[in-house]
Design a protein around this ligand. Structure first.
Ligand SMILES: O=P(O)(O)OC[C@H]1O[C@H](OP(=O)(O)OP(=O)(O)O)[C@H](O)[C@@H]1O
Ligand SMILES: Nc1nc2[nH]cnc2c(=O)[nH]1
Ligand SMILES: [Mg+2]
Length: 160
């Protein structure tokens, strides 16, 4: 299990995706965007809207089965991004790089594409061309689609 958790709200995610889009403007226009499923789908949709990019392809990668680094297996591509060729002129979007294994496998498939993500842990940083915010390696990022608001009892009830 991760030592710490960092909760990202929908508002924060939207802001960070727009920040990434504005940092990518100088490289636009892209021929298209490749979203790394599933976590890259919503960031890719926001960035496609901001960059006015209509061609959105996906690469489906399966690796983690739970919420820690121990739950990771070698990532497997279960759907190829056929519309993106070797990636030339394309932008790859994922939500984050952690070990960097997913990004490494995606880049093998699309060697000429530009890889960008919202969050990067230190081990993943060498595998991404661009990111918005660094997160500690021992922190598990909780995305808005991973979480739900729940009742928390008042502090005073646990005081004695
Ligand atoms: O750098 P890594 O250690 O490979 O981790 C990063 C990957 O892990 C998560 O995907 P996950 O495999 O959990 O699948 P999902 O996107 O379908 O939720 C995340 O969306 C990245 O794609
Ligand atoms: N939700 C989530 N998925 C991940 N996959 C690899 N690292 C992470 C993380 O920190 N959070
Ligand atoms: Mg993913």
């Amino acid at each position: 299990m991760a030592t710490n958790y960092a909760t990202v709200t929908w508002d924060q995610l939207h802001r960070d995706a727009r920040t990434l889009a504005s940092a990518l403007i100088t490289r636009a226009p892209f021929k298209g965007i490749v979203a790394v499923t599933r976590g890259g789908l919503i960031p890719a949709a926001i960035i496609a809207r901001e960059l006015d990019c209509r061609l959105v392809e996906s690469i489906s990668v399966v690796s983690y089965s739970g919420e820690s680094a121990q739950d990771q297996k070698e990532p497997k591509v279960v759907k190829a991004p056929v519309a993106a060729g070797d990636g030339e002129g394309f932008l790859i979007i994922d939500d984050l790089v952690d070990s960097g294994d997913t990004a490494r496998v995606v880049r093998e498939v699309l060697p000429k594409a530009h890889f960008a993500c919202l969050y990067a842990k230190p081990n993943g940083k060498p595998h991404t061309d661009q990111y918005v915010m660094e997160v500690a390696q021992d922190t598990w990022v909780l995305f808005p689609w991973d979480t739900a608001p729940l009742f928390v009892p008042p502090l005073a009830r646990n005081a004695n």
